[in-house]
Design a protein. Structure first.
Length: 150
């Protein structure tokens, strides 16, 4: 259930506004939505990850741990997209905000999110990616796509 292409602003048609956009917006249960967001993240569909999780995020009450966790993952995905686009300053700012959100959601060193994702490890992986390391992987359930360059 992957979109037809990874949207990168300025390179492809906007998924919802552009002619020929992939319009990826699956109707899923909250748990399935989280897992699909992780799958999108792992396959480097960072913009799509953000979009898929944002609807659920908006529906939750302010201060809810799940809302904070969703926003933290959304910000990590946005950081990766910014890094891919060469916007290092924005990427680092989003990483910092995402890490703070995850910490405020009650995610501790031993905590795993649904899908058995260790979010503190994901924060470290995104930080390493911004420092020139490999693409980060949250560890969702589907097979990985082959590695590619930025």
């Amino acid at each position: 259930m992957m979109p037809a292409y990874r949207f990168v602003p300025g390179l492809q048609p906007h998924p919802h506004k552009g002619e020929g956009g992939h319009r990826h917006a699956p109707a899923l249960t909250p748990e399935a939505l989280w897992l699909h967001g992780l799958d999108l993240f792992d396959h480097r569909f960072y913009w799509e990850c953000h979009e898929v999780l944002e609807g659920r995020w908006k529906a939750l009450p302010r201060g809810a741990p799940e809302r904070e966790r969703l926003q933290g993952l959304i910000q990590l995905a946005a950081a990766c997209l910014q890094a891919h686009m060469g916007h290092e300053r924005g990427a680092r700012r989003l990483l910092s905000r995402g890490a703070r959100r995850l910490a405020s959601s009650g995610v501790a060193l031993g905590d795993h999110a649904p899908g058995d994702v260790h979010l503190p490890t994901l924060v470290v992986a995104v930080r390493a990616f911004l420092d020139g390391g490999p693409w980060p992987v949250a560890g969702s359930l589907s097979p990985r796509s082959p590695a590619s360059s930025r």
